[in-house]
Write a protein that binds this ligand. Structure first.
Ligand SMILES: C[S@@+](CC[C@H](N)C(=O)[O-])C[C@H]1O[C@@H](n2cnc3c(N)ncnc32)[C@H](O)[C@@H]1O
Length: 300
């Protein structure tokens, strides 16, 4: 089938497919983004060699169409990301939020920190968080030395602390790339030499995330549209994901994040995103141009 043979997409078919995508993953295609949706639907129709968008829709809702449905969703996601994205926000995370959480936990003799990067794309966000937490912990120890010396070489996360970074996405292709953890020079532009030397191995013309950093990060598939999401997180990063959802879906997601966080936990959203008008259950924390949202605890 060449392009001229691709059947026209009727308004009714577009509506059906738009609704299906929304129900499956929360992504909302308004008028501005409809041409993108149409383009991706045309490509998939051609690939599947079907003669109408209605047949394509029937395939997607059928049992044997499950694989095609995840393929379509992968084609619809925007996966743009980078290391150290939104520096001001990451400073707030490293200097204030992590420090506060470590102090609070140490007082309770509870030595585990759990961070979730929801919508992690190709891994630059969770690996950035791993490097920042490792440095924050070293600095924490400098000011609060241990009663005993750590064995040499010093581990990235000194005992008794445990750091778990869960990184999830709906797109299996980006998850595979993230797990691989190998990046080209153009992807490394925001990574300064100190970080490159400490946390990457140079392999030919690529940079591979070191094993000890990788060990802090666990990748998994999670669709944010579902109710079964990872619980007991101290911090959630969900940046540049909600912007593709409509307001109703954003409200539902923020409500789920509230439940997925430990008391006084923090949520970080993207630079162009905000919780304003979506919830009263978080309060904004703003320092030196960096913004985060802290869970508000209801006093009983
Ligand atoms: C623009 S990237 C953002 C990556 C990273 N958080 C950042 O800010 O650099 C958005 C990611 O969200 C993922 N995504 C979109 N809808 C999702 C859903 N319903 N569940 C989980 N991930 C989703 C996409 O696959 C994509 O990798």
């Amino acid at each position: 089938m060449n392009t001229s043979e691709i059947p026209a997409l009727t308004d009714a078919e577009l509506k059906l497919l738009q609704t299906l995508v929304y129900q499956e993953c929360g992504m909302h295609f308004d008028d501005r983004r409809t041409p993108f949706l149409q383009d991706r639907l045309q490509r998939r129709l051609k690939e599947c060699q079907l003669d109408s968008f209605y047949s394509y829709y029937r395939l997607l809702i059928s049992q044997q169409g499950k694989q095609e449905l995840s393929c379509l969703l992968e084609n619809l996601t925007v996966n743009e990301t980078s290391f150290f994205r939104n520096k001001a926000q990451l400073d707030l995370f490293q200097r204030d939020v992590i420090d506060e959480i470590l102090r609070r936990k140490q007082e309770r003799r509870e030595y585990s920190v759990r961070i979730w990067s929801a919508g992690c794309s190709t891994g630059q966000e969770p690996y950035t968080l791993a490097m920042l937490v490792a440095d924050a912990l070293s600095y924490f120890y400098l000011r609060n030395p241990l009663a005993f010396e750590s064995p040499l070489p010093k581990p990235l996360v000194p005992a008794p602390w445990r750091v778990e970074i869960l990184a999830s996405d709906i797109n299996y292709s980006v998850l595979r790339a993230a797990q691989e953890g190998s990046y080209g020079e153009h992807q490394m532009s925001a990574v300064d030499y100190g970080y490159r030397l400490r946390y990457f191995d140079k392999m030919g013309d690529r940079y591979a995330v070191k094993k000890n950093v990788k060990e802090l990060v666990h990748f998994d598939f999670h669709n944010l549209k579902t109710e079964y999401l990872p619980q007991r997180n101290d911090i959630i990063f969900c940046r540049n994901v909600m912007m593709y959802f409509d307001e109703a879906e954003q409200k539902r997601l923020v409500e789920k994040f509230y439940r997925c966080l430990n008391p006084q936990g923090y949520l970080f959203v993207g630079h162009a995103e905000s919780l304003l008008g979506l919830t009263e259950k978080f309060q904004m924390v703003h320092r030196n141009s960096g913004t985060a949202y802290q869970r508000v605890e209801v006093k009983v």
